[in-house]
Design a binder for this molecule. Structure first.
Ligand code: NDP
Length: 263
């Protein structure tokens, strides 16, 4: 992990979906840089545990129970974080769900719930936490999208549509709030092993098959992705606004492999 000269030591970062998986790895990476963390999750016990277990050195963290689809809960979370820390400098919209069904069999309920969590959630958190950042004169937002926001993925139509929306929300936030000193960028992971995908990796041979098509030769863990989030929140990315960093080991470059002659 790159050292950031203590720049995070005076910063407060809210991470949604921080109880486990990628969110927890992001919390740990930011805590290692000295940031103060608000770990938001609908799993309140998990958020408290993540806050307690990931903090090192002089960092501080609190766990906050928050369903990001619930505007009242998001407003209450903003109030709790500002009451505890007095400010909010950055937001990571990471909470997400991945229901799987072919489009022909998709239900309206699941379609809408996916969009509620994956797109309405980031919108609400951006608006409410962003208002605090605006009043303070600036901040940074990272939205966790997915390569599925650009490349269709089998049985994940609602998810891919929601992540395309997250990429659009990122660009829109960057455009509208740049002059307020707020940068917004997206990180799009590719194949990553977490609780979200453990059913997939329980299928014998799938992890090896996926690793074989990734140029870097392996499926990512959450720690492989967290560093890009830290970079996009840091002063080292101070002129990057409205962009997507794809963290997929090169997976989305591989289409031509299918038509390459055997060697
Ligand atoms: P996990 O399922 O491991 O963790 C997601 C966390 O978000 C869980 O703690 C979950 O709680 C929480 N959460 C879900 N819905 C809400 C909600 N409405 N309000 C608050 N918290 C909520 O997922 P990952 O760590 O794998 O995923 C993190 C992000 O990365 C997601 O946005 C995902 O789409 C994205 N991503 C993941 C990939 C992968 O392969 N894993 C690939 C590309 C992108 P609960 O346990 O109760 O559901």
């Amino acid at each position: 992990m790159v050292e950031h000269s203590g720049q995070f030591q005076s910063r407060v970062v809210a991470v949604t979906g921080g109880a486990q998986g990628l969110g927890r790895a992001i919390v740990a990476a930011l805590a290692a840089q000295g940031a103060s963390l608000a770990v938001l999750d609908r799993n309140g016990d998990g958020a408290q545990t993540a806050a307690a277990e990931t903090v090192t050195g002089g960092a501080t963290a609190i766990g906050v129970t928050c369903d990001v689809t619930d505007m009242n809960a998001v407003e209450a979370a903003v109030a709790e974080v500002t009451a505890r820390f007095g400010r909010v400098d950055a937001l990571v919209n990471n909470a997400g769900i991945l229901p799987r069904r072919p489009l022909a069999e998709e239900t309206v309920e699941t379609w809408e719930e996916t969009l509620r969590v994956n797109l309405r959630g980031p919108f609400l958190c951006t608006q409410k936490f962003g208002a605090v950042m605006k009043a303070q004169g600036g901040g940074a937002i990272v939205n966790i999208a997915s390569i599925g926001g650009t490349v269709p993925t089998v049985d994940a139509g609602a998810y891919c549509a929601s992540k395309a929306g997250v990429l659009a929300l990122t660009r829109q936030t960057a455009l509208e709030w740049g002059e307020a000193g707020i940068r917004a960028n997206a990180v799009s992971p590719g194949y990553m092993q977490t609780a979200m995908t453990e059913d997939r990796y329980a299928i014998p041979g799938l992890k090896e098959l996926r690793a074989s098509v990734v140029p870097l030769g392996r499926v990512a863990g959450p720690e492989d992705v967290a560093g890009a989030v830290v970079f996009l929140l840091s002063d080292e990315s101070s002129y990057i606004n409205g962009h997507e960093v794809v963290v997929d080991g090169g997976l989305t470059l591989t289409t031509t492999r299918r038509v390459s002659p055997p060697t």
